[in-house]
Design a protein around this ligand. Structure first.
Ligand code: C2E
Ligand code: MG
Ligand code: MG
Length: 594
């Protein structure tokens, strides 16, 4: 048996139908060298055989007793369109042959049979059959290809090409379906946005190909964590979204986020190395956090933002008090604007001690906000807000002017060379008129430039490093001192220390704390101090709280310190008092400790 798609590479098959036995035998005899021949004596038998087998060629007599050859031809033609039919016409007239051709026969042979003629006709028929099957195969393939392409295009419209997860469009559609369903049979629906922490870094350091690979792997891991009926989708470049229907309690969603985090915990192999990936989750719930897909998604986004802001690798639920917080922030912003005009800002001063001379050599000016209803606020409560809103520019100017004016009054205490240190945030330092504004303040207040010190963090200096170096150089030319604040918390790259035009290095509090408890920290501090000294930098320690700290830091070669041990930040008059009455207090502490 041959299938109709097979081109007869071996032996083609022929079915021969004739009611005259001698003719059948003659044909079989003639053709069997090249063909597999089957012969039957009537159209009825032929139809039976054709039910089971497929033939490449059928040779049939036209005039037969029961069913005529023409009728058989119709059957073959409709059931086996690739079978090529040759009719044998017994009548002396050409009419039946013409009927046969009209009925779909490929050729006809007149009786009495001419052997050469038969062979040639069958060969032609076979060639025609091969062509027919080839054409059919091609058409079928084409059809299949078109079908495939069409489904692929439809797929692309709703699925992400990289991960093969549903895309944002399909996801939003699924939410709206889930919400419609949930409205009818009251139930909770959870929407969770998942964003990979620091994914940009993977892309930047390992390349996009590894980044893509990472996303595919993340998608696979997430898929495995879901129940049937839930959806995980690719929502944005490094964001995935999950739709969890039939939630009984909100804790389920918190649990799920932990399961997902766990699934991401084992390392990813990217670019030949192990990479650890964490994620942040923002969760919102129907109907509490919204009743339409837009609101639910927006609120999940707000919750995600909170999770990221908390440092990532955690989850946050959307809560209406997140809105309340936004409102509160707005109120705080409005009142911070007024604070400067209303003179609600206050500067506190904290002494800085020189370990060699035992003198108070300077003071750091630290801003506070005497809020009319919230009380005295520390900088952590409003400096970030001031930076975000740009109010830091006004605030910074006020701080510098006030601090410089205050420092002028210290001359009366016989401490002419005492410095005031002012913190400068990145945004202030980056403004184009920073230098001019500082010079103007120095001129207006009459403070000697060498009595002013600016405290900047590494991050501030490294933003636009070339411009920063140039600006710092200009500032130092005036005699103003520069201190690198919070050293040990930023990049802490020792190699660029040499490049930076600075005078003082302020070791961060955490470093100082560690030096008395952790030998590694102590060794690090020693190394930092040595290096700093080789660049002729002063090293002073922040957060010296205990005598142990002090003893240690002096031992390690620190030049000076600042901290609760010597004095907490205090308002201007209290600080002046301290200078007035307790000029020797630093001396006492230092002597008592050595
Ligand atoms: P900072 O410049 O590193 O200031 C040192 C911080 O450590 C101050 O906190 C100070 O009160 C605190 N501190 C000093 N000694 C000790 C100690 O022995 N133990 C402990 N636990 N803490 C100590 P404060 O005043 O809350 O200031 C926090 C930060 O706010 C400052 O860090 C500075 O970055 C920023 N800041 C303060 N005033 C200003 C300002 O006028 N302008 C700008 N841009 N930032 C400011
Ligand atoms: Mg500081
Ligand atoms: Mg500091």
């Amino acid at each position: 048996m041959k299938s109709k798609l097979e081109i007869p590479v071996q032996r083609p098959t022929i079915l021969i139908i004739d009611d005259e036995e001698p003719i059948r035998n003659l044909l079989v005899e003639l053709l069997r060298a090249k063909y597999d021949c089957t012969s039957v004596s009537c159209a009825e038998d032929a139809l039976n055989v054709l039910k089971g087998d497929v033939f490449d060629i059928v040779i049939s007599d036209i005039n037969m007793a029961d069913i005529s050859g023409l009728e058989l031809l119709r059957h073959v033609h409709s059931d086996r369109p690739d079978t090529v039919v040759i009719m044998i016409s017994g009548g002396q007239t050409i009419e039946s042959a013409i009927d046969a051709i009209r009925g779909g026969a490929f050729d006809y042979i007149m009786k009495p049979l001419d052997l050469n003629h038969i062979e040639a006709a069958v060969d032609r028929a076979l060639r025609h059959h091969v062509l027919l099957t080839q054409k059919r195969t091609y058409e079928n393939n084409l059809e299949e290809m078109v079908r495939e392409r069409t489904t692929r295009i439809a797929h692309l419209a709703y699925y992400d090409d990289l991960t093969d997860l549903p895309n944002r469009t399909l996801f939003v559609d699924r939410i709206s379906q889930a919400l419609t369903l949930a409205q009818r049979q009251p139930q909770l629906v959870g929407v969770m946005l998942l964003s990979l922490d620091r994914f940009k870094k993977i892309n930047d350091t390992l390349g996009h190909q590894e980044g893509d690979f990472c996303l595919v792997e993340v998608a696979n891991r997430l898929r495995k964590c879901l129940r049937e009926g839930d959806t995980v989708a690719r929502y944005d470049s490094d964001e995935f979204a999950l739709l969890i229907s039939q939630v009984k309690a909100t804790e389920e969603l918190a649990d799920l986020s932990l399961v997902l985090a766990e699934a991401l915990r084992s390392p990813f192999f990217l670019g030949g190395q192990e990479v650890y990936v964490t994620a942040s989750f923002g969760i919102s719930i129907f109907p509490d956090d919204g009743t339409d897909e837009d609101t639910i998604l927006k609120n999940a986004g707000a919750a995600l933002y909170q999770a990221k802001k908390a440092g990532g690798n955690t989850y946050r639920f959307y809560t209406s008090d997140m809105n309340a917080r936004a409102v509160k922030r707005l109120a705080l912003e409005t009142s911070l604007r007024r604070a400067i005009e209303n003179e609600e800002l206050v500067l506190f001063y904290q002494p800085q001690i020189d370990y060699e001379t035992h003198l108070v050599v300077g003071a750091e000016a630290l801003v506070r906000w005497q809020h009319p209803t919230l009380g005295l606020l520390p900088p952590s409560e409003f400096i970030p807000l001031a930076e975000d809103t740009g109010l830091i520019l006004q605030l910074g100017k006020w701080v510098m002017r006030t601090a410089c004016a205050e420092a002028c009054t210290w001359r009366a205490y016989g401490l002419g060379k005492m410095r005031v240190a002012v913190n400068v945030s990145a945004r202030e330092f980056g403004r184009s008129d920073f230098y001019e504004s500082m010079v103007e303040i120095l001129n207006q207040t009459g403070l000697d430039a060498s009595c002013l010190e600016l405290e900047l963090t590494e991050t501030t200096m490294m933003q636009n490093a070339d411009a920063a170096v140039e600006l710092l150089t200009r500032i130092r030319k005036l005699g103003v001192k520069i201190a690198l604040d919070d050293f040990g918390t930023g990049y802490s790259s020792l190699s660029y220390l040499k490049r930076l035009p600075i005078d003082t290095l302020k070791l961060d509090r955490s470093f100082v704390d560690g030096s008395t408890t952790d030998p590694n920290d102590a060794a690090l501090v020693v190394a930092v101090i040595k290096l700093a000294h080789s660049f002729r930098l002063q090293v002073i320690a922040e957060g010296v709280e205990t005598e142990e700290h002090l003893r240690f830091l002096r031992l390690l070669g620190c030049d000076g310190g600042q901290g609760y041990l010597f004095g907490k930040p205090v308002p201007a008059d209290a600080f002046r008092n301290l200078l007035d009455h307790e000029l020797d207090y630093a001396n006492e502490i230092l002597f008592s400790v050595t």
